[in-house]
Ligand binder design. Structure first.
Ligand code: HEM
Length: 523
């Protein structure tokens, strides 16, 4: 029964006064249990705001009413309530995200995207592993290296558009340009699908604009899952009418839906593709132990891959480009190295060649460290019996309780403990990174850089870590190299304030888009 049908069923079948009575009882019972849990539950010893201890609506208030980033709020709470849960001890990150842990993902966070059947939103490790095993070969280093011409082709198209803008005396919106590059790449790589986002005037591709516009909705859906059900059950034309800003995304989804239908109804259509796609993998009976997934699974997986790949790679390129251009020494060193490693502009080096350049590698590593890739704490449910995180025993099986610190947000519901930590907190730690907020590629070239690399966690760690990092690195190496070797780039009025963002799982940047004058370099 769909959500509107369920509402209609309740309205028709339940008399109003008994229903109101039951709802009132449930409400007061909930309030009573919340207060009791906050003051006498096992976590009452942990300091934090009373309201947070009583109810999850606390987080709703911060994220939706105050429209603030949860991570920003956690930093403030920590200043007030102290370091009970390990901000000084980033090793807590490895207590949660390590290969030995098989902890479930938390449903409220991961189902807020409406892609419940995808690998990314699969809550159980075992479910996710099955899908990861199918997908991983497509994103292995070998597979990515083999398909790097596809990435290079998109970079070339980006560069052509930058040149055309420069010839017209205009600066270019690199924020959107890099998003178009990333989106075109993932669509071609995974689905052999082209929407030519890079060809859109001013890089204002409808799908890219819509992906940005839809970010705050993720937060609304996180707190109001029934609303998500309702919106997702709307026909396409109503969705576009209600939210015109997201039309590009609705259309992209419809396109993927048609592609999935065709792949299932006519698998022979896959024979013509120039390379293996996600559909080849997902519809391969052998890889799936004889079971072929239904259309809905393919559709969710397709969307999840676009969501997971689109934002973070473009963000790392954007944030890194801004920082390099804000510091002449760094820019000069990068350009000099690129000129040595790529002397003849007409002979574009490969991904493998570029990986040999130490300063470029350090710039990319620092960009990943400074960029808020997936910024929200990645919530996990600790196993029965609780867990020890950063030397502190986190109990389980208690009443509703939220515990918040600078680095860890632990929220306990009636029967489970939810813990999470944002990689951003690790990267910001002054204990680990000297002058952590300054963009400094040299830290990755110092003698102790191997030790530091343990704390580079943009792709997370453990059994649910990113499956797309090889592709992300390929995009970043080819992207940074082309931008800084082929162009003399200059910022068009951006400042550090433009990197302010609101946390919507991934960041929604609030400032002026990264805009650059891109003068092609003479041979
Ligand atoms: C710089 C770029 C990227 C960054 C920083 C990044 C970061 C992450 C992080 C932190 C996670 C863990 C999420 C969680 O635990 O909930 C993740 C998962 C994931 N990433 Fe990436 N990612 C990047 C690029 C990509 C690309 C290009 C793809 C394309 C294939 C991709 C596909 C995925 C998938 C499918 C998952 C879910 C894995 C699972 O749940 O088992 N990512 N990514």
């Amino acid at each position: 029964m769909s959500f509107p049908e369920t509402l209609w069923f309740i309205a028709r079948n339940f008399p109003i006064y008994p229903t109101l009575g039951i709802l009132t009882y449930l409400l007061f019972n909930g309030i009573y249990k919340s207060i009791k849990g906050a003051y006498s539950g096992p976590l009452s010893a942990f300091p934090g705001p009373d309201f947070a201890a009583m109810t999850g609506w606390y987080k709703t208030y911060i994220e939706l009413y105050q429209k603030r980033s949860w991570t920003t709020h956690l930093r403030e709470l920590h200043k007030v309530y102290g370091h009970v849960l390990h901000f000084d001890r980033p090793e807590a990150y490895y207590d949660i995200y390590n290969s030995a842990n098989r902890w479930d993902k938390e449903p409220t966070q991961y189902h807020s995207f409406g892609l419940d059947r995808s690998c990314f939103a699969s809550l159980k490790y075992a479910q996710a592993k099955e899908r990861r095993d199918i997908l991983l070969p497509m994103f292995s280093r070998q597979a990515v290296t083999k398909l790097q011409s596809l990435v290079q082709n998109n970079i070339d198209r980006l560069c052509e558009a930058l040149e055309a803008n420069d010839a017209a005396g205009k600066s270019s919106d690199l924020f959107y340009g890099l998003r178009c590059f990333s989106l075109d790449t993932i669509l071609q790589y995974c689905f052999n699908l082209s929407i030519d986002a890079l060809g859109a005037p001013g890089f204002k591709a409808p799908a890219v604009e819509a992906m940005e516009a839809s970010l705050p909705t993720t937060i609304v859906f996180r707190h109001f899952p029934l609303l998500r059900e309702l919106v997702n059950s709307l026909p396409t034309w109503i969705s576009m009418l209600v939210s015109p800003a997201t039309t590009g995304l609705v259309r992209l989804r419809a396109l993927l839906g048609r592609q999935v239908k065709q792949a299932i109804e006519n698998p022979a259509s896959l024979d013509d593709t120039p390379h293996e796609t996600v559909y080849h993998r997902l519809l391969d009976e052998k890889a799936n132990n004889g079971k072929v997934p239904e259309a809905r699974i393919l559709y969710d997986e397709a969307q999840a891959l676009i969501l997971a790949a689109g934002h973070p790679t473009a963000n790392a390129l954007t944030v890194g480009t801004f920082h390099v251009l804000s510091n002449n020494d760094i820019k000069e060193r990068l350009v000099t190295e690129l000129k040595q490693g790529w002397p003849d502009l007409s002979k574009t080096p490969t991904f493998e060649d570029l990986e040999q350049l130490p300063y470029l590698t350090a710039v990319i590593t620092e960009s990943l460290c400074m960029s808020p890739g997936i910024v929200s704490p990645l919530l996990r449910i600790t196993p029965f019996g609780g867990a020890t995180i950063g030397g502190i025993k986190v109990p389980s099986r208690v009443c509703s309780y939220i515990l918040s610190t600078n680095s860890i947000a632990a929220q306990l519901t009636r029967s489970q403990v939810i813990v999470g930590m944002s990689g951003t907190f690790v990267h910001e730690s002054e204990v680990l990174f000297h002058d952590a907020k300054t963009f400094n590629p040299d830290r990755w070239l110092a003698d102790d850089s191997a030790v530091l690399e343990r704390w580079l966690v943009p792709f997370s760690k453990g059994p649910r870590m990113c499956i797309g990092q090889n592709l992300a690195y390929c995009e970043m190496f080819l992207g940074f190299a082309a931008l800084f070797r082929r162009f003399d780039l200059r910022l068009d009025g951006n400042t550090g304030r433009d990197l302010r963002y609101r946390e919507c799982h991934v960041p929604q940047f609030l400032g002026k888009h990264l805009t650059c004058f891109c003068r092609p370099v003479e041979e």
